[in-house]
Write a protein that binds this ligand. Structure first.
Ligand SMILES: Nc1ncnc2c1ncn2[C@@H]1O[C@H](COP(=O)(O)OP(=O)(O)O)[C@@H](O)[C@H]1O
Ligand SMILES: [Mg+2]
Length: 375
């Protein structure tokens, strides 16, 4: 067990019409694993009626209720455990999951997102499949070679692991829930809570942009997940309306939850600043466009661009090439904020602090949460 470097364990509990899979981080206490198992089965009455689960419940209680041991410690001491452990480390797992695909929701360069269903539970899920073949094609184009070695695919496996890792770390009311993940012959798969649409789609259906109050409502929700990110020193690096999902609270579609998704560009700020180019150009902070080292303040710039876009249904700065976009930002500066309506002066004020070109002049996360716009 200790020899695996993968940050998660996938526990497969057998005996249910379908296996129950619980994903936990390394170092998780056994009692917390069991707690998750109970939570999962309590979600469905169907499962509680199943005999095998009752056996397991008894078993699990005996083993774990006061058990402070971590999973690693436990398995070192109890090899003859009643449940099967599998660790996902890039091996094929396709034979153990039978999600039904209902329809395709989105297709991007590397990934497809489907609406799916969990058999027996009749619960809908979103399934994101990141296609290995598409990744290979991109590598072949880049390297001008006709074949892609396993070695060359490794960074992408690493990227998939990272996406899962950060998604897992950021789990909260306003981050899309992760249910399952695995690797098949063709794809890296993430199974998530299903949402109704993304914020960009909602914005596109509107005649004009969001009001200041609507923007406040959206941001106050997202701030919950931003705070979790800050605590874990994670930078998302791809804040955009397409990566903010909407889940309506009822059929009237007036109230909704906003959930952050797509941690594919995320990274953790540990001891040094980031240097890699990451994210979507039009939302990119000036320091990234210039190829300078940057910090988690880059997300605050992107947030500023998102807010502007929500308000005006347009982007403040445009440009196809990094340097063009950068020049445009410098040339236009904060004059783009002049058209914000007088009654929305608090929003304008916040935007002026988020869209500060020099990173040192930009507000930090603490100041952002305390901004008068939120009062
Ligand atoms: N959980 C979900 N529920 C509903 N739609 C989703 C979900 N996850 C993603 N989508 C849709 O798929 C799109 C792409 O997903 P995303 O994770 O951002 O993939 P990519 O890495 O290709 O950008 C999103 O913009 C959204 O429209
Ligand atoms: Mg995305």
């Amino acid at each position: 067990m200790n020899s695996f470097s993968f940050p998660f364990y996938n526990f497969i509990f057998q005996g249910y019409p379908e296996d129950i899979i619980i994903t936990v981080k390394q170092g998780t206490k056994l009692k917390d694993l069991i707690k998750q198992y109970f939570e999962k089965i309590q979600k469905s009455n169907l499962l509680l009626n199943n005999f095998d689960n009752i056996y397991f419940l008894i078993d699990a209680k005996i083993i774990t209720n006061q058990n402070e041991e971590t999973i690693e410690e436990f398995f070192k001491n109890n090899i003859s455990s009643t449940f099967l452990v599998e660790v996902v480390n890039g091996k094929s797992q396709s034979n153990r999951t039978n999600y039904e695909i209902i329809e395709k929701i989105k297709e991007n360069l590397f990934s497809k997102v489907y609406k799916g269903r969990v058999p027996y539970l009749n619960e809908n899920v979103a399934i994101k499949a990141i296609n290995k073949e598409r990744i290979k094609d991109a590598i072949m184009k880049e390297t001008m070679k006709l074949q892609v070695s396993e070695e060359e695919l490794k960074p992408y496996i690493e990227k998939f692991n990272k996406e899962l890792n950060f998604m897992q770390k950021c789990q909260c009311e306003n981050s899309v829930k992760i249910y399952d993940y695995y690797v098949t012959k063709d794809d890296f798969i993430i199974v998530m809570e299903l949402c109704d649409e993304n914020l960009n789609e909602l914005l596109c259906r509107k005649q004009s942009g969001f009001s200041s109050d609507e923007i406040r409502n959206i941001l106050l929700q997202l701030n919950n997940v931003f705070k979790v990110m800050n605590k874990n020193k994670i930078s998302h690096r791809d804040f955009k309306l397409n990566n903010m999902l909407v889940k309506y609270k009822n059929s009237e579609k007036k109230e909704y939850r906003v959930l952050l998704c797509d941690y594919g560009e995320s990274n953790q700020l540990l001891f040094e600043n980031f240097k890699t180019h990451a994210g979507t150009k039009i939302y990119m902070a000036p320091e990234i466009l210039l190829g300078r080292p940057y910090t988690d303040k880059c997300d605050l710039w992107s947030l500023g661009i998102n807010i502007y876009q929500m308000y005006f249904k347009d982007f403040p700065y445009k440009g196809g090439v990094d340097l063009d976009l950068y020049k445009n930002i410098v040339k236009t500066g904060q004059s783009v904020l002049e058209n914000i309506r007088k009654e929305d002066s608090k929003l304008k004020n916040l935007l002026s602090k988020l869209l500060a070109i020099e990173e040192k002049d930009r507000i930090d996360w603490e100041a952002y949460y305390k901004d008068p716009f939120f009062n």
